[in-house]
Design a protein around this ligand. Sequence first.
Ligand SMILES: *[C@@H]1O[C@H](CO)[C@@H](O)[C@H](O)[C@H]1NC(C)=O
Ligand SMILES: *[C@@H]1O[C@H](CO)[C@@H](O)[C@H](O)[C@H]1NC(C)=O
Ligand SMILES: *[C@@H]1O[C@H](CO)[C@@H](O)[C@H](O)[C@H]1NC(C)=O
Ligand SMILES: *[C@@H]1O[C@H](CO)[C@@H](O)[C@H](O)[C@H]1NC(C)=O
Ligand SMILES: *[C@@H]1O[C@H](CO)[C@@H](O)[C@H](O)[C@H]1NC(C)=O
Length: 580
Amino acid sequence: MHFSLIIPLLVLFVVVMTQGPTEAPRVLLGPVFQAPRGLDTNIGFLSASSQLSRHLEDVLSSGASPFGSFTRDATSVSISMVSAAQESPLFEFQYTSSLLNVTANGTRKVSGDSIFRIGSISKLLTVYALLLKSGLVHWERPVTDYIPELRHNTGQPRDKDGINRVQWEEVTVGSLASHMSGIGRDYSSSDLSTFPLPWTELGLPQLAAADIPACGGDKVQPPCTRKEYFQGFLKRHPVFSPQSTPIYSNTAFRLLSYVLETTAGDSFENIMERDVFQDLGMTHTSVRKPQDDSLGVIPEGDSMWAFDDGDEAPSGGIYSTSSDLTKLARSILSNTRLSPSVTRRWLKPLAHTSALTLSIGAPWEIWRTKGNTTIELYTKAGGIGLYSSLLILIPDFDIAIAIMTAGPNGSVVNSVAEIVMQIFIPVLKQAARDEAAANFAGHYVSNSGTDSSVVLGVRNGPGLVIEKWLSNGSDLLATAQAYSQATNSGIIGSVRLYPTTLVQESGAGKRVAYRAIFDTVKEAETADRVFEESLNAWAKVDQTMYGRVGVDEFVFDLDASGVAICVEPQFLGIRLTKVL
Ligand SMILES: *[C@@H]1O[C@H](CO)[C@@H](O)[C@H](O)[C@H]1NC(C)=O
Ligand SMILES: *[C@@H]1O[C@H](CO)[C@@H](O)[C@H](O)[C@H]1NC(C)=O
Ligand SMILES: *[C@@H]1O[C@H](CO)[C@@H](O)[C@H](O)[C@H]1NC(C)=O
Ligand SMILES: *[C@@H]1O[C@H](CO)[C@@H](O)[C@H](O)[C@H]1NC(C)=O
Ligand SMILES: *[C@@H]1O[C@H](CO)[C@@H](O)[C@H](O)[C@H]1NC(C)=O
């Protein structure tokens, strides 16, 4: 019977994903309009939100979703979504499974302040702390500068065994943070020898006692001390040479916490608790299990709620809430702690994977949407025991979403994230477009008596379209067309303005710089190409100048509410005031 709820939603997805103007390809990576600021009052967003809540409620209680099925009513979920533009969450969703552990002392009702384990999202917090304490200063330094155990670990100055020994002098701090160090994944967890099975009867060789990890290998062994860990891990083989290809490594983040301790001169736990959690008001986040379990979401079964990770905490041990993770994300998006330039560098891919839609940052898992306008989702997933969560930042929209789940089916987080994104991405695109139409579209004219004006519109595709452009009575669109054809640069189909990241405060409002892209009409492709020339248009930005000023430079003056008052095509040296 629950399937009846699914079918209308599948229809909705199809409608949502195909509605709206067709998108022309975007030339530059980044937002096609400024990020929406008024989502909290956007009708489309609000109605999508309530529809989404009802749908998630149905999916979780029935266990059936368009993206996979799972045990009904078994997973507790907490979602929080924020925008850099507003302090309070834009969207929240809570679901309390009926399969919580009744003998544990956890919560009986999930809220935005309910505590989940966040697994590998801990890695993101570890890198954040590193950037907070010292920016990118240590990024390109070899890890041997900070961790004495890694120096000369074989007794020889430089070990030549490139296959069985990690070349630690080549492993940089940044490579550890981005899974690019090529080192092994773990020391002892998942070592088969720590599982009680008759391995020798199954054909595996007898191991020397010294080769069987005695710490951290399973849930009953104590966590490895720093000394034990290095004794064991230094014998592990590398997977690739450093800087080859992303190889997921938990060990890398334990090492980064040691780098942090050395460079910041304090313990990992102190740094996190004081400089990250307290500083950002993440009041329900902790490196260790909270003493009071009453806010914990503790599902039935082997949840690992109370499992102590020891020095593995920087990699997977932290406890947090959907509300706290979005506080961190909001701080990242609005540069409240890290400098804007460090943040811009951090929110970039550092390596590709074999998939066109997935790249790796430090340690962001960066997903790119398919379609004409690529949107990048900077995410970090985490799983431990029965906890699975996902933090998503979308810089193009200045929004972040934390999705926390607890229950037997770890895939629920992916299904929920898929539903949330498929509903919200088109709505966010539309909201940005609507705001651009309201704030920028219109007729801008000269006050100085010359016949100069610009008409900007928002229609059919990305960016602000220049519909008319006169300078002292001359039609500049016609001039651009003639110039383009005279220089064999093709027929201009449209001229569109896109926001850059250049902004200047100005009184109560601000000035924002845009660049025009002269889209040339593409000939129909007759065959798939490796070198698709139209994609190379990014290289032509700022190419054509007049008196040292790019003819594509436009600067808007915005009032305090973000509405454009005037525009300056900079090379013309004129100011055009919006009249309607
Ligand atoms: C992408 O752009 C092409 C060419 O402008 C257009 O034909 C197509 O419909 C667009 N696709 C979407 C999903 O908007
Ligand atoms: C739950 O709380 C009670 C009372 O404080 C305590 O005795 C008990 O050990 C706790 N149970 C667990 C599983 O922590
Ligand atoms: C509930 O939690 C308690 C205390 O952590 C644990 O001993 C017990 O095995 C759990 N019960 C179930 C059904 O998961
Ligand atoms: C979901 O969990 C149930 C109960 O543990 C299990 O029977 C089922 O196989 C799981 N489904 C998936 C897709 O993992
Ligand atoms: C506008 O054009 C006229 C003649 O075409 C010229 O005399 C005048 O100087 C121009 N005005 C400006 C402000 O450039």
